[in-house]
Ligand binder design. Structure first.
Ligand code: NAI
Length: 297
């Protein structure tokens, strides 16, 4: 297999000053993409800002022989998101790839979580991904080509203590990915999501030290690059990835149970049938709705 390359393609990677985004940007640039390295340059909780991290990664790409520009814009604001995409248009004349990776944490148990902590996390992950994708979408439609990679999390797919805000945001990105995939299909715009596990400043206090050189960002970025490549046919999919393992994640529905006379007691009495695990995988709302309708015929 020859190297999969990105010559002539322009990528925007948000939150690329540290951790996973930095690794994605370096790999895409190494394979020939021109890259907008975006990072607000703040702390893990989203406070503060600095042009340093984005500038350092863009400089490193230049030193390695690639092409990159830095953007310290805040993706959570409409102006900031627009500016990130405009940076790609101004510097390189197009945008082919959007990797929505920027993220923050404001962990707190549900009873103690403030509205500000909830809103701040949704603003970066959900609103930021929506805004950057929305800004790039007209360019992608016009050129009938685009690749969007969103960053979900196992915490969103499966739940986690102290992360009601973050889990909500990360499952929200699954819905966003599936709907963008449907809206982009006619223009050859594919959207997929990853749910990574990697050793970064976000997780270094969670994982045992022996995993530092195993759960590396370098063992996440090849999947992001594959999903961003023109040869990728998948769209609307979610993949968990960590330590070199990649797995498809399904949103599935059981065969279900129905009656013409649905009562509270009937649900109680038929609970085992409702809970049967024989997965069916609807790929859009219409397919799921059809299952409910055909069960009536
Ligand atoms: P990180 O903290 O090293 O990187 C996140 C980057 O996003 C930082 O450089 C930060 O400055 C930037 N950022 C934050 N708010 C921003 C904003 N409003 N505008 C622009 N940039 C902003 O953390 P890491 O681990 O590399 O996280 C990357 C993504 O992967 C995040 O979305 C995170 O939620 C997700 N993730 C990471 C996991 C892990 O195991 N490391 C697990 C699951 C998801």
């Amino acid at each position: 297999m020859p190297d999969l390359r990105f010559d002539g393609k322009v990528a925007v990677v948000t939150g690329a000053g540290h951790g996973l985004g930095r690794s994605h940007a370096l790999l895409l640039a190494e394979r020939g993409a021109k890259v907008v390295v975006n990072d607000l340059g703040g702390a893990l909780d989203g406070s503060g800002a600095s042009t340093g991290p984005a500038g350092e990664v863009a400089d490193l790409i230049g030193k390695n022989g690639g092409e990159a520009v830095a953007s310290a814009d805040n993706v959570a604001t409409p102006e900031g998101a627009q500016a990130v995409v405009q940076a790609a248009i101004d510097a390189f004349g197009r945008v082919d790839i959007v990797v929505n990776n920027a993220g923050i944490l404001r962990d707190r148990s549900l009873g103690k979580m403030t509205v500000e902590e909830f809103d701040a996390v949704l603003a970066v992950h959900v609103r930021g991904s929506f805004l950057v994708t929305r800004a790039a979408f007209p360019h992608m439609k016009e050129q009938a080509y685009g690749r969007v990679v969103n960053t979900s999390s196992p915490a969103g797919l499966f739940g986690n203590f102290g992360q009601v805000n973050y889990s909500t945001a990360k499952m929200g990105l699954v819905g966003m990915t599936k709907s963008v995939a449907i809206e982009g299909a006619r223009a050859n715009i594919k959207a997929n999501a990853i749910a990574p596990i990697a050793w970064t400043r976000m997780t270094e206090s969670l994982f045992p030290a022996e995993f530092e050189d195993k759960l590396t960002p370098g063992r996440i970025s090849p999947l992001v690059a594959f999903l961003a490549h023109e040869s990728c046919e998948a769209s609307g999919e979610v993949f968990s990835v960590g330590g070199g393992r990649v797995a498809r994640v399904f949103v599935a529905e059981g065969p279900g149970w129905r009656t013409d006379d649905l009562t509270i007691e009937a649900i109680h009495d038929n609970w085992d049938a409702i809970m049967v695990e024989e997965p069916h995988l609807p790929t859009k709302l219409g397919e799921q709705a059809t299952a409910s309708m055909t069960a009536m015929l």
